[in-house]
Design a protein around this ligand. Structure first.
Ligand code: ATP
Length: 308
């Protein structure tokens, strides 16, 4: 649905995109992650036909963004990372205004606007002034605005930023519905875990380059496969390390203070057996706990170099 080939963008001497290449399949919720200034907004603005690339190509639904902007605009709904001020417009009037901008006939607008308000859980705020809405509600209204012309692709720049956990959950639920409707969605954020819970595929961009690209379910499977077990002993550390290193599901053992840190790839039952074995072998285990691997570390490790 979306192809980006060797995309470059310069702002004066600053090269914001350095040959970005990326492909997003139809129906995917794609998370675009990267620190501030990495080039996410620049990429999204190019896809939204609002910014010309310096070189390279970007296609939406087969249309090149610089050559066929009109066709591309019909296919996309774009939500920028800021929300303007709209004095004296109610939520309903606001959507009606954007619907009219897309030349949607009034009778049709009357039909779709209540549906859109319902989709984003704002039916009860139909007559409320936009400026009186909370940030989360404004974000949801912005999302409804992108949907007035029923686009196939949604480009959402930092839609979760500044939202409280509850508002984020609401946003996630709406995105799920949109995905079920078959939309292709691109969402950016600088927080990987925030995106991982909403997306199917993640791409990490740093300094204008894609440094990692992969499916979220594969990453979670990998995370479950590699646990870190921490075991606190009273003594006999060296002996316990040697003992553990012989176990099949133990990938690595290190010693930190009174703790042994064990990389473990077994399932829960095998973990029970490991602890039981330590106890019956007489090692003085005072405590143990289990940690999940770090999402970002695992992600980068398994997707390293994929995008470059
Ligand atoms: N209009 C502009 N003129 C000059 N430099 C710009 C302009 N827009 C963006 N930049 C620079 O290009 C780089 C990429 O910016 P961009 O906004 O695409 O990053 P981002 O990943 O979206 O970051 P953020 O999360 O902060 O929005 C940054 O260094 C930024 O300062």
């Amino acid at each position: 649905m979306i192809q980006i080939k060797n995309l470059r963008k310069r702002y004066g001497k600053m090269e914001a995109l350095k040959g970005l290449t990326l492909e997003i399949e139809k129906g995917t919720v794609f998370g675009f992650v990267g620190p501030n200034g990495a080039g996410k907004s620049t990429t999204m603005s190019i896809l939204a036909t609002l910014l010309e690339p310096t070189s390279g190509q970007a296609y939406v639904g087969g249309y090149e963004v610089t050559k066929s902007p009109k066709e591309v605009r019909k296919l996309i709904g774009y939500m920028p990372d800021f929300f303007g001020v709209y004095d004296n417009l109610t939520a309903e009037e606001y959507l009606d205004f954007y619907g009219a901008n897309y030349d949607i006939p009034q009778a049709e607008r009357k039909e779709i606007i209540p549906q859109l308000l319902e989709l984003v859980n704002l039916s009860h705020k139909r007559d409320a002034y936009v400026d009186s809405l909370s940030r989360g509600m404004k974000q949801r209204l912005g999302l409804a605005r992108c949907l007035v012309h029923n686009p196939e692709v949604l480009i959402l720049d930092e839609p979760a930023s500044g939202l409280d956990p509850r508002a984020r959950i609401e946003l996630r639920e709406i995105l799920k519905e949109l995905r079920n409707m078959g939309k292709t969605i691109i969402i950016s954020s600088h927080i990987l875990p925030e995106l991982a819970e909403m997306c199917d595929v993640i791409g990490i961009v740093e300094e204008g380059n894609l440094v990692a690209f992969g499916r979220v379910d594969e990453i979670y499977t990998r995370m479950q496969e590699t646990k870190v077990l921490r075991i606190r002993l009273l003594d006999r550390f060296e002996e316990a390390m040697a003992h553990l290193q012989q176990k099949v599901n133990v990938s690595q053992v290190t010693h930190e203070g009174n703790w042994l840190v064990v990389g473990f790839t077994g399932d829960d039952q095998q973990q029970v057996e490991l602890f039981h074995d330590l106890a019956v072998s007489g090692f003085p285990v005072a405590a143990f706990n289990e940690e999940q691997g770090d999402l970002e570390e695992i992600f980068l490790e398994i997707t390293k170099g994929v995008g470059s």
